[in-house]
Design a protein around this ligand. Structure first.
Ligand code: AMP
Length: 509
């Protein structure tokens, strides 16, 4: 299938082709025609499936012919939980809409509200927002929802987990009754279903893959290790494996800070990104990581949400998440958009419960591999997931031969696209800087869903646009991302290779 068959206009097809996409991902193939036909949508999809283009492209198509939004109004509202996601979605709006004459902006907390109010003054056709700041702006009459024709709730499960349910309900209550609603969620708990029932009108349901499977082509393995030796093992792996760009997950902010200090002590350039860091610090850390100046980015789950780095080769779980679904999200940071990636977890004996939960969730055992010199004194017990290892783990001989102290990272070329997504390297555009999310605890449950449904069409308006100049923040150019190979000192033979299709697979494109 190609994009031409989906009914998108020529300027959008051109933008898609300039992005280098040949084939719609499964969610795009299903969502785009449904949205173009005016249906409500209930889609199960997480970051990495191409869902952003799945709703942004048809949204842009529908809005292109509409009269411009009036001052302090918007025609389409995209609500998403974290600032990074908001920034990233807005980046996609700009990318895909670059040949259209639509205005858009993004608003989120943690930055001054005044510039955002100024931007809204003339009206925008598309507004991307996090819930709290959106309501603040509404309270101050900077934005009215009266003209909203399409509402997108992105990562609805995460919004609920982060305690935004009241904000969401309030936002919905302020909308006009007649509108198109698109709901995206990685999981469909009862709460989400309840929200969906009150929101969606006969929705088309889309489920691109079974729940909670792990990302495409992510090679996963566990290194059992004593808790106190994790930092030393990480340091060792970074050097021996030549990890030039690794995203390391820490369960806590404090743990992230401490780990950065330990790595820096070993002359490994690392930075932390989490909720206690200022916006400027987060943006800087992320941009430097993308450029290859920072070799190791240590992140908490929420802060890492929305980090989109094409071809990030290595993810490390310094500790396992308490919420097993977060494991899936974490390792989904690598092997994005069809590339392959590696996810390594350093697991100590006290994490057996988390490990069992994860293995139960992903329905397989992750191969274990002890590293010479780091064999645990406290053996990691067998997990209680009831699943067998997909391949047998073999003890691993550490290979001092390939210690490169991370110089490998200099091979990387620029990361302009990704950097742009986070507010760096795109000074051309105004104030939408890219900070991180907030909220830390979450809970999720999984449910099945099927596809079917039909909808309540709405039509394309025909535009005799008003006098608002559609200039503002719409257009911009970014170059696309580099590829980077990741030197590995040895071929991993014992990792799991799981290939479900939660994430765009190369075969689809
Ligand atoms: P998303 O799930 O929207 O965060 O998208 C994940 C990644 O896939 C992003 O880097 C997109 O640029 C990329 N992507 C989206 N759609 C396609 C496509 N049809 N072909 C190739 N890459 C895509």
């Amino acid at each position: 299938m190609t994009f031409d068959t989906l009914g998108l206009s020529e300027p959008l097809l051109r933008a898609v082709s300039e992005k280098g996409y040949d084939t719609p991902s499964p969610i795009q193939a299903k969502a785009i025609p449904a949205v173009l036909e005016g249906h409500d949508l209930m889609a199960s999809a997480q970051t990495g499936t191409g869902k952003t283009a799945g709703f942004t492209l048809p949204l842009l198509h529908l809005l292109a012919d509409k009269p411009a939004a009036n001052s302090n109004r918007t025609l389409a509202l995209i609500v998403t939980p974290t600032r990074e996601l908001a920034a990233q979605i807005h980046e996609s709006v700009l990318d895909y809409g670059k040949h259209l004459n639509l205005r858009s902006t993004v608003v989120f907390g943690g930055v001054k509200i005044n510039p955002q109010m100024m931007k809204l003054r003339r009206g925008v056709e598309i507004l991307v927002a996090t819930p709290g700041r959106l309501l603040d702006l509404h309270k101050q009459n900077a934005i009215s929802f009266n003209d909203v024709e399409v509402l997108v709730l992105d990562e609805a499960d995460r919004m609920l987990d982060m305690g935004f349910i009241h904000d969401i309900k309030r936002i919905i209550s302020l909308m006009p009754k007649k509108r198109q609603n698109l709901l995206f969620s990685a999981t469909f708990s009862n709460d989400i279903r309840h929200l969906a029932r009150g929101l969606l009108n006969n929705p088309v349901e889309i489920d691109v893959a079974p729940q909670n499977t792990t990302a495409t082509k992510v090679e996963q393995k566990i290194h059992p290790v004593d808790k106190g030796r994790k930092a030393a093992l990480l340091s060792h792996l970074i050097r021996s494996e030549g990890w030039h760009q690794a995203l390391v997950f820490s369960r806590t902010k404090h743990g992230a800070n401490k780990l950065v200090k330990l790595l820096e002590r070993d002359n490994i350039h690392a930075a932390a990104i989490h909720g206690n860091k200022s916006q400027a610090q987060r943006t800087k850390a992320l941009a430097e990581f993308k450029k290859g100046k920072v070799q190791i980015l240590v992140a908490t789950d929420i802060a890492a949400r929305g980090i989109d780095i094409d071809q990030l080769p290595q993810v490390v779980n310094f500790d396992l998440p308490n919420v097993p679904e977060d494991y899936v999200h974490r390792i989904g940071r690598t092997a994005r958009a069809g590339s392959s990636g590696n996810a390594v977890s350093l697991v100590s004996a006290d994490e057996i419960k988390q490990l069992s939960d994860i293995e139960r969730l992903i329905k397989s055992k992750i191969a274990r591999e002890e590293v010479d010199g780091f064999e645990p004194e406290h053996a990691l017990p067998e997990s209680r997931s009831g699943h067998r290892p997909t391949r047998s783990a073999q003890p691993r001989r550490s290979s001092p031969s390939n210690r490169n102290n991370g110089q490998g990272r200099n091979q990387r070329s620029s990361e302009s696209r990704s950097a742009g997504k986070n507010g760096q390297g795109r000074n051309q555009r105004s104030s939408e800087s890219r900070p991180a999310g907030n909220g830390e605890q979450r809970r999720r449950s999984s449910q099945q869903r099927t596809s079917s449904g039909n909808g309540n069409g709405n039509g394309n308006g025909n535009g005799n646009g008003n006098s608002n100049a559609r200039s503002a923040s719409s257009n911009n150019q970014r170059s696309n991302n580099n590829g980077n190979s990741h030197p590995r000192s040895q071929q991993v033979t014992s990792g799991n290779l799981i290939e479900p299709d939660r994430v765009i697979q190369s075969g689809n494109r």
